[in-house]
Design a protein around this ligand. Structure first.
Ligand code: ADP
Length: 366
C-alpha cells in the first residue's frame, strides 16, 4: 500500500483537531470550521477554513498551523487551504457542500431532526414539526429512521397499523394526522430489529426511503436515532439531506455533544439548519418561571457556532400527555400555545432550508 492510500479524512481531521479554534478553543474540525475537504489523487489536500466574518483576522495563525500540520503528514504532496469568511450575522448563508447521496423520487426536501442524546424530545419534535409542515400547506411525510428504538407508532397512535402493498412491489405509507408515515415498528417486532447489525439497519432505512410510495411530497421529516457517533456518519452519508435540525436541552453537558454534532454533519455535507432548545423552562402554576436545565444554553451554542437559533419550547404537560396518547398536539389542538410555538419554529426551519439552498459566501484567498 502506498503512503497516499493510507491518507484518510479521519487522519486529516484528527490532525486538524490538534489545532485550537481561536474562538471556541475546540479543535478546528470539532468547531465545524473545516469545509470541503478533498484528498486529491496526486496527494494534494484541499479544504477551506470557514471563519465567522467578524473574526477572520484571528484565523491567519490557525491557517498556517493547519498547513504545516497537513504538509507534515506522510503521503501529502501539498496543501491548498482557503480561509473564507461567512457573515456571523446571517449564518444561514453558509455554503452547502455538494450532495453525495441519491435523492428519493418525488420528494423535494428531506429534513432530519437530530439530537446528540436520547430523551431530549427529538421524536416529539419531529412528529409535531411534521404536523406543522402539513398545517402550513406542505405535503408532508414522517420517516422514523430509528430502527433500534422506533417511537413514531406510539407518538402517532398507529401501533397496530400495517403498510399495505402498493404498485411495483412497494409499500404504501401509513396515513395518520394528514401525514404519510413509515417506521420499522410497522414492519417487524421491536425485539427483532434491536438485534440487527449496522448494515442491516442501513439497508432497512434505504428500503424505507426507496420502496415506499412517498411521492409526491414537499417535505419528508426524518426522525434520526439519537447520537453523533461514527455509525451515524455511514448512515447520514447515504441520506440526501436538505438540512438537519438539532434538538437540545439547555444543559451545558448536552451542548458539548451538540457541538460534536455540528462537526459530524459537516463531514456528511448536510447543512445544519439550526438548533431548537427543548425543555427550556417550566411555568409553575403560581406563575413562577423555572429553568430546571439552565437558561439559554442552546441559543448561545448556536450563536457561537454561527448557526440559526430556531426557537425554544418549554416543558409542557399537555404536550407530554398528547404524545403519550398518540395524538400529536399540533394536529389535535393547533391553537394551543405550544402548537403555535411549533408552527413558528417550522416556518423558521422552512426559511433556513431555503437559505441553505442559496449560498452567498464571502471568500478571501490568502
Ligand atoms: P427523544 O426522541 O429525544 O428520545 P422523546 O421525544 O421520546 O425524546 O421525549 C422524551 C419524553 O419527554 C417523552 O415522554 C415526551 O413526551 C417528553 N417531552 C419531550 N418534550 C417535552 C416538552 N417540551 N414538555 C414536556 N414533555 C416533553
Amino acid at each position: 500500500m502506498n503512503n497516499r492510500l493510507a491518507l484518510t479524512r479521519e487522519t486529516i481531521l484528527t490532525r486538524l483537531d490538534a489545532i485550537a479554534d481561536p474562538l471556541t478553543g475546540l479543535g478546528l474540525a470539532a468547531a465545524g470550521r473545516i469545509q470541503g475537504l478533498t484528498i486529491r489523487d496526486d496527494g494534494r489536500i484541499v479544504f477551506t477554513i470557514e471563519a465567522p466574518g467578524d473574526a477572520i483576522d484571528r484565523y491567519g495563525e490557525a491557517r498556517n498551523a493547519a498547513e504545516q500540520a497537513i504538509r507534515a503528514l506522510k503521503g501529502v504532496t501539498g496543501a491548498t487551504i482557503v480561509l473564507t469568511a461567512h457573515n456571523a450575522a446571517s449564518p444561514e448563508k453558509r455554503t452547502p457542500a455538494p450532495r453525495a447521496a441519491e435523492g428519493v423520487a418525488g420528494v423535494r426536501d428531506l429534513i432530519a431532526v437530530a439530537s446528540a442524546k436520547g430523551g431530549v424530545g427529538k421524536s416529539t419534535i419531529a412528529v409535531n414539526l411534521a404536523c406543522a409542515f402539513a398545517r402550513l400547506g406542505a405535503k408532508t411525510g414522517l420517516l422514523d429512521v430509528d430502527v433500534y428504538g422506533p417511537s413514531a407508532p406510539t407518538l402517532l397512535g398507529t401501533q397496530s397499523a400495517r403498510p399495505a402493498p402498493a404498485r411495483d412491489r412497494k409499500l404504501a405509507p401509513v396515513e395518520a394526522w394528514g401525514l404519510k408515515t413509515m417506521s420499522i415498528g410497522y414492519l417487524v417486532d421491536a425485539d427483532k430489529a434491536m438485534m440487527w447489525r449496522g448494515p442491516m439497519a442501513t439497508s432497512a432505512i434505504r428500503q424505507m426511503l426507496d420502496d415506499v410510495t412517498w411521492a409526491p411530497l414537499d417535505v419528508l421529516v426524518l426522525d434520526l436515532p439519537p447520537g453523533t457517533g461514527d455509525a451515524h456518519l455511514t448512515l447520514l452519508q447515504r441520506l440526501p439531506l436538505s438540512g438537519v435540525v438539532m434538538v437540545s436541552t439547555p444543559q451545558e453537558m448536552a451542548l458539548a455533544d451538540v457541538r460534536r454534532g455540528f462537526a459530524l454533519f459537516e463531514k456528511t455535507a448536510a447543512p445544519v439548519l439550526g438548533v431548537i432548545e427543548n425543555m427550556a423552562w417550566f411555568d409553575a402554576p403560581d406563575g413562577t418561571r423555572l429553568y430546571p436545565f439552565g437558561e439559554g444554553g442552546a441559543r448561545r451554542t448556536a450563536e457561537e457556532a454561527g448557526v440559526p437559533f430556531l426557537g425554544a419550547l418549554p416543558l409542557d404537560q399537555r404536550l407530554r400527555e398528547a404524545s403519550d396518547a398518540g395524538a400529536p398536539l399540533v394536529a389535535t389542538e393547533p391553537d394551543h400555545p405550544m402548537s403555535r410555538r411549533f408552527l413558528d419554529i417550522t416556518a423558521r426551519v422552512q426559511g433556513a432550508a431555503l437559505n441553505a439552498a442559496k449560498p452567498a459566501p464571502v471568500i478571501r484567498f490568502e
